[in-house]
Design a protein around this ligand. Structure first.
Ligand SMILES: [Zn+2]
Length: 104
């Protein structure tokens, strides 16, 4: 088992886990709750995603990187490739010339 990614929260961890599951990569989420070991100091821990099969690790890293990049792209403003207008992030079509947001 290999440590793949330290997530921001449980929701992100679950989303990444689901995304990897769709590629048949088995992962587990650890570290977002206290282990319960006696005497252990409580510390804020971020959920960490682990790849169960080491052979899946390289692909899993690529998929996570791509997934996180896609999330960034969705949030970012974009520029219309046709007329050059700056379009706000939530819109998928240029308000000026109706060109759809370019992929990637
Ligand atoms: Zn346009």
């Amino acid at each position: 088992m290999k440590r793949l990614y330290e997530c921001q929260d449980r929701l992100q961890a679950q989303m990444l886990r689901d995304a990897l599951a769709s590629h048949h990569i088995h992962t587990v989420i650890l570290g977002d709750y206290l282990s319960g070991a006696a005497g252990e100091l409580s510390a804020i821990q971020f959920p960490t995603l682990w790849v169960v099969e080491d052979d899946d690790f390289t692909l899993a890293r690529q998929l996570v990187a791509r997934y996180l990049t896609e999330l960034e792209v969705e949030r970012a403003d974009w520029r219309c490739p046709h007329c050059g207008e700056q379009i706000d992030a939530p819109f998928d079509i240029c308000w000026n010339c109706s060109t759809p947001r370019p992929e990637g």
